[in-house]
Design a protein around this ligand. Structure first.
Ligand code: GLU
Length: 396
């Protein structure tokens, strides 16, 4: 009798992608679904990037690239890290991968042994825990407080560290809460980490440019933790290129060499055409994508108003970045709507999909039982329509 490995039995399906697949299926049956589940910008990638990829095809970029990525791209990434984040990396400290997801699993496979601990502040992005479990490590979840804007404090971090702690992973701006760590908050966390130089800090900065009022800061800018930090970024969110699957890391050389070893045996390299597009994207000034960021900001303000207009939703924090809101929905739990009992947030997400034709993601995917994640990366018209439907479906 064949059996799935224990490692995989332990891992759950990605709830963001499962919800999106369900919404897509219902749409294919002719249902008018509005998707607020997946974090995917509705813009086209900028023309200059599309033209660079067409040129890459014409120029004959059809073959394997170096495992770590084209050397030109790695140079451009170094310049980008210096220009936007004030971090100095050399090309040998860069690995280009098939999306940030692959960058993360490369790093985790490179550093985690069975039973090692990885600290994950919650609410966390859906795949951190499951990837850690795939590596047979133990995720140590730290439940952050809303009064701290869902950000881990130095004391909470210190208390979670044990002799088994190997890594810490977080995102800023944060998916799903939209919180952004300030320079001072990161400085205080880096003070704790510098007392534990064996802990690898995995800093997911994929929403770097989608940051409204606060400045985005990379924890690797603090010299005391530079050596122990892996800075992750990619093209999906800022350049509206989710399907192109380009992610990259900047890290200390022993770690990039380890990731290169893994990647050489698993995927060979990231897509060659997408790498040429990435050169154009990352050489350009962040000004070229400002129009998308201002649209997201307008949508956030709209969504906050629309949420506040529905009795029962409580938005405890005002997001400062990314394109999600994470309202508390406990007022709806244990109640009946249109004859359906809503026991938990999983039920609520399914109910909204089936009754209002609106897909969202249950907070349980992000380690929180009383919230719902709503992505606002779609047009204002669609958002207004979606919230009208939600309001109708959740009348007390
Ligand atoms: N990162 C996006 C999200 O959280 C894309 C889906 C995924 O890869 O989980 O919705």
């Amino acid at each position: 009798m064949y059996q799935i490995s224990k490692r995989l039995q332990n891992m759950r399906y990605s709830q963001t992608l499962a919800m999106t697949a369900r919404a897509r299926y219902l749409k294919s049956l002719g249902n008018d679904i509005i998707s607020l589940s997946v974090g995917e910008p509705d813009f086209l990638p900028p023309d200059f990037i599309l033209n660079a990829s067409k040129k890459a095809i014409d120029d004959g970029h059809h073959y394997y690239t170096p495992v770590a990525g084209y050397s030109k791209l790695r140079e451009v990434i170094c310049n980008k890290f210096k220009r936007d984040n004030n971090i100095s990396y050399s090309p040998s400290q860069i690995i280009v991968s098939t999306g940030v997801k692959q960058s993360i699993i490369n790093v985790l496979l490179a550093i985690l042994n069975s039973q090692d601990e990885i600290i994950i502040p919650a609410p966390y992005w859906v795949s951190y825990c499951e990837m850690a479990k795939l590596c047979e490590a133990n995720p140590i979840i730290v439940y952050t407080k809303v009064e701290n804007n869902y950000k881990i404090t130095p004391e909470e971090l210190e208390n979670a560290i044990t002799t088994r702690t190997k890594a810490f992973i977080f995102s800023t701006p944060c998916n799903p809460t939209g919180s952004v760590y300030s320079r001072n908050e990161l400085k205080l966390l880096s003070k704790v980490f510098s007392k534990h130089p064996n802990i690898i800090i995995i800093s997911d900065e994929i929403y770097e440019h989608i940051c409204y009022n606060n400045e985005h800061i990379s924890i690797a800018t603090f010299p005391s933790v530079y050596e122990q930090t892996v800075t992750l970024n990619g093209l999906s969110k800022s350049f509206a290129m989710t399907g192109w699957r380009i992610g990259y890391i900047g890290a200390t050389e022993w770690l990039t060499q380890a990731c290169e070893k893994i990647q050489g045996q698993t995927t060979s390299c990231a897509n060659s055409i997408a790498q040429c597009a990435a050169i154009a994207a990352l050489e350009s000034s962040p000004k070229s994508i400002e129009y998308m960021i201002s649209a997201f900001k307008k949508r956030l303000d709209l969504v906050v108003d629309l949420l506040n207009d529905i009795p029962g939703f409580i938005l405890l924090n005002k997001p400062q970045g990314a394109f999600y809101v994470f309202p508390n929905v406990s007022n709806f739990l244990g109640k009946k709507f249109n004859g359906k009992k809503i026991k938990n947030t999983d039920d609520l997400a399914i109910y909204l999909l089936e009754t209002a034709n609106v897909s969202t993601v249950s907070g349980t995917a992000f380690g929180y039982n009383n919230s719902l994640r709503i992505s606002y990366a779609i047009s204002e018209d669609k958002l207004e329509n979606a919230f009208k439907r939600i309001k109708n479906a959740l009348k007390f």
